[in-house]
Design a binder for this molecule. Structure first.
Ligand code: CS2
Length: 500
């Protein structure tokens, strides 16, 4: 990836003692570290968030909580993290400031893209007390509109027929639990760290739905021996760029193929419901609570709601990154107004947090010019994200009889993003979303009639709850904005709406 010649020494255990003084390193004896956590989905987010919390915890008090990192989807880990003994550099960037730290909490990596077997061997190990996951929203194979297992997914059909060789994430967890039950019966906590509401409850539900189908008392054993706590996770971690790899090589003087970049802010709120040993993340800044609901609504509706709104408007405006969107007065002004006027009133009180201050802090984070978070990256899988970020606040406001004019904007912008990517509109960009083809087909059939497009898209029951699909006020609000976004100057209508 890097354009510079690969001459510098590669990061690995042998280099730890010779790192430049400016690079922080694990403050504990890695050789004495045993694994007690298995994590599925070792992407940039895990490496900037949970693995750093664990690194802090191990420095505070060495305990048997090293992480085995597992990928069940590409990319393979062997040649990056694996070749570096699990070590990698976490760059923390804020505008022109950068600090570097080598994280040591991942003790081993396992590639299970071709077969589930290597993953199952780790997950069934009685030494593993905690299994954590960041597999993105669609990994749960749930129906976004209602959280139930989506049995129409081919990988779920496969796992129902071949449970011993699972292809889906719920199938993998179920097979691992079945093995644990047979081999030793040790209880375990399985904790989702993905951005879906009630993530633990949803995971528990999709696994239970598969277990019921398996029979043999498995569902009952799981109910008595496995906990699925919900969590709220937060740190903005865009995809690593070539410039980040080059920075480590040219400025820090070593090579690292697993560099990650994150912002200074981090937050982790965890439902205190564990079935086995619980790492005391509370000692290093995480919060254990009885109910994460209020925290996750705040984060998904404000921070993620802002990101989702900006990414679609940003693409329509021809902008590249979130910070570019935030430098645009129309987009930045709109998103603040939408969140303040229509989103904040939908939130329940959150212990210790003033919503207006949280909003300003979120917008400041999105202005960070060193976090090169691409609009198209955030736009990925929008059908899996808009329910919790935008549609749930709209539903709550409609139930309360409150206005939704501003919240209809991101719904229409998301539709325009998908519709404009269809053949009918010249394939302006490639969309990465499970519903891309379905919406492209709708656009090809209907053309640019915004009301007809809106009616056809909100009829997709897996995304839009029936309550909203049947709501004429909602449909009219979205259709009005969609007509604007499909016009030759896509932002003229938004400017009019904002009185600009
Ligand atoms: C982003 C999130 O791509 C996306 O969906 O909105 O990854 C976001 O950056 C994180 O949730 C921040 O904690």
């Amino acid at each position: 990836m890097s354009a510079v010649p690969k001459t510098a020494e590669r990061l690995g255990p042998a280099l730890l003692d010779r790192l430049p003084a400016a690079v922080a390193r694990p403050a504990y004896d890695r050789a004495a570290l045993a694994a007690g956590i298995a994590h599925i989905g070792v992407g940039a987010f895990h490496r900037t968030h949970q693995a750093e919390f664990v690194d802090d915890l191990l420095a505070d008090r060495l305990d048997r909580f090293g992480i085995v990192g597992i990928n069940i989807r590409p990319p393979a880990l062997a040649d990056t993290l694996g070749a570096q003994g699990g070590l990698y550099t976490r760059l923390m960037r804020e505008d022109d400031r950068v600090t570097a730290r080598v994280i040591g909490s991942i003790v081993r990596v396992v590639d299970a893209q071709a077969s589930a077997e290597p993953a199952l061997a780790v997950l069934a190990d009685p030494a593993i007390d905690l299994v954590t996951l960041t597999v993105t929203e669609k990994g749960y194979c749930h129906t976004p509109a209602n959280g139930a297992l989506d049995e129409s997914r081919p990988e779920i059909a496969h796992d129902l027929a071949h449970p011993e060789a699972p292809q889906s994430l719920p199938g993998l967890i179920l097979a691992a639990l079945e093995r644990r039950r047979k081999a030793h019966g040790a209880p375990v906590t399985v904790m989702s760290c993905d951005n879906i509401p009630s993530n633990g409850a949803i995971l528990g539900r999709v696994v239970a739905a598969l277990a019921e189908r398996r029979g043999d008392g498995l569902a009952g054993w799981i109910a008595g021996n496995v906990a699925f706590p919900s969590t709220m996770v937060d740190r903005i971690a865009p995809a690593t760029g070539a410039a980040d790899l080059a920075y480590v090589e040219q400025v820090l003087g070593y090579r690292d193929e697993a560099v990650v970049v994150g912002e200074p802010f981090r937050q982790w709120v965890i439902e205190d419901r564990f079935a086995a040993r619980r790492p005391d993340f509370g000692r290093v800044g995480a919060q254990f609570v009885d109910d994460v609901g209020a925290f996750e609504h705040l984060k998904m509706r404000v921070l993620n709601g802002a990101q989702t709104t900006l990414c679609y408007l940003g693409v329509l405006a021809g902008l590249e990154h979130t910070f570019d969107d935030m430098a645009d007065p129309l987009l930045a002004g709109f998103v603040r107004r939408m969140l303040a006027e229509e989103t904040l009133p939908t939130l329940e009180p959150v212990p210790g947090i003033v919503p207006e201050a949280y909003l300003e802090q979120s917008l400041a984070r999105l202005r960070n010019t060193a976090i090169r978070h691409r609009n198209h990256q955030i736009a990925t899988d929008g059908s899996q994200k808009i329910v919790q970020r935008i549609l749930n606040p709209i539903r709550d406001r409609r139930r309360a009889g409150a206005a939704i004019d501003l919240l209809c904007v991101p719904v229409a912008a998301w539709m325009a993003y998908l519709v404009r990517a269809s053949a009918r509109f010249g394939r302006a960009w490639t969309v990465d979303d499970p519903y891309a083809d379905r919406i492209a087909a709708i656009a090809d059939a209907i053309g640019d009639d915004a009301a007809a497009l809106t009616a056809a898209i909100v009829a997709i029951g897996a995304i839009f709850p029936a309550e909203l699909a049947a709501d004429a006020t909602f449909r009219a609000g979205v259709a009005a904005r969609l007509a604007g976004f499909l016009a030759p100057d896509p932002l003229a209508d938004l400017a009019r709406l904002c009185g600009a």
